[in-house]
Design a protein around this ligand. Sequence first.
Ligand code: ADP
Length: 447
Amino acid sequence: MFKKILIANRGEIAVRIIRACREMGIQTVAVYSQADADALHTQLADEAICIGPANSADSYLNMERILSATTATKAEAIHPGFGFLSENSKFVEMCEKCKIAFIGPSAEIIHRMGNKSEARATMMDAGVPVVPGTKEPVYDPKEGKKIADEMGYPVIVKASSGGGGKGMRIVEKSEDFETNFLIAQRESINAFADDTMYIEKYIVSPRHVEFQILADKHGNVVHLGERDCSIQRNHQKVIEESPCSVISKELRQKMGEVAIRAAKAVGYESAGTIEFLLDKNGDFYFMEMNTRIQVEHPVTEMVTGLDLIQEQIRIAEGENLSVKQENIRVTGHAIECRINAENPSKNFRPCPGVIENIHLPGGKGVRIDTAIYNGYKIPSNYDSMILKLIVHDKDRFRAINKMQCALGELVIEGVDTNIDFQFDILGNNRFISGDINTHFIQDEYNL
Ligand code: ADP
């Protein structure tokens, strides 16, 4: 059993992990940058070590410093959270060499699933339905155009190393292909230093439905149902919910089985997510696998009653899964709104600054995951997500009502936020009726 874990992250997820460790009687070590000396994770952990300047490359992405901090504090394991080094196979290899347990899958799995075109090929071989498209990587726009012309438009060009909506371009017609391919490829070279692309058929108005899975070191794999993450802006999730309101029991079972098959095909271990696109006919296609804990994991925790961070830690310790598939029940409905420090009327420009006043809602079925507090200064160097508001109630209608009440009560002063924007979505008739897809925000708000 681990006695001490180092958390290689910051913000609300670092705080979330510290709390999970504390409940398990595990000591925690926070690492922090110079910009985060007063951050909540720095204050809450049992020990805290400064690992460098504000710039992520010199601190939260600095592998040597994080490993030195782990050795110096005699922590046995590292929890990477999400973002930063969580899907960096080189870092996991270094942990393996230093005999430090990485709370997540092996370097090999991360490497295989991190390359999206390779992951597609692996899934095709395992009989998992993937979005129709290329199996081999594409580098050349002319060659790509030939393939796209045969596939028929619209198509979506994607970077193999892509993530966070970067390196992706929808192409509506043949004459636009080469320009868009080159733009996406350039973005990929700049963001990921990789020019490998692939092409998929663009599924019109799908839902983004992802399955949470848990897998231990002994070959046991379960799924914890799905999350509907269709409310997106620029391919980035804004609201997530569980369960998905249009999935029948039969379809859930079918998709869940496919998700488990996908995880088993790579010998997966730890918590992971299999992302699918679900079209209007109920056909679903594998899109990618995320080999880490997700931002939206709380909605699954609310409907299943499980603690996914604690499960990840127990799996890394070599324990068997604490649940069997037949004992997993999805109860009620949960919704999460991501609250960002940004200005919706200025194209959602990030708005770092000082929190002058904060009032948090509460009550039965209301959960808040955050690391901000009165007087806290949000640094400009990191992600603009500052709080996750999660609600749980008997059914979707009640959960929406509860979220409206909670958003109405939430006050954050000193910085601009998207609270009003979220409130507006929750009151939108199409959203309330469950008539949503990945184009919802674009269609309703012209964004
Ligand atoms: P990233 O890893 O950058 O987040 P994803 O491959 O997960 O990129 O795609 C992000 C979002 O882009 C999806 O949730 C969906 O809304 C949209 N998308 C991706 N591929 C397709 C596709 N083939 N057809 C339609 N929409 C897509």
